[in-house]
Design a protein around this ligand. Sequence first.
Ligand code: TYD
Length: 148
Amino acid sequence: MKSSIYDCVILPLSKIHNRAGNITIIESETNIPFSIKRIYYLYDIPGGEARGGHAHKELYQLIVAASGSFDVLLDDGQNKKVVTLNRPDYGLMIIPGIWRELIEFSSGAICLVLASHKYDKNDYIRGYNDFLTLKSKQKAIRITDSEL
Ligand code: TYD
């Protein structure tokens, strides 16, 4: 859980372009630094709706705006940042221990998510206060370690 928002990076993805359009390819462990166990996508999101609002304990994700755009709010308990995704050839990698919220979906947006594990409801931290408690415990362990 000692993760930082600064380790959640934008990864440029491959793009093969020709006059008939573009193709982007993502291969497990080749273009992204984890093995893909699950793919899902969010779509038909009503205007003004927010998704996410949780953190994961073990899960790595690559989030891609396959169509349209949206903002991803990232929070590691100390720092926050907002990343706008609006291109299908860029992905945002979110590492474990990061609170995220997805907002400002454009009409027709498709949020593609590549995930490192199959669905596990026990991997979710759904309460923001629980998240902050876990992060502050981790910070306390880090400080103790550095004193040794
Ligand atoms: P959730 O992860 O809370 O969605 P979001 O973060 O986009 O707001 O999941 C919404 C619902 O879908 C919840 O009931 C759990 C279910 N779900 C699965 O059954 N399998 C999955 O792989 C995912 C991502 C969600």
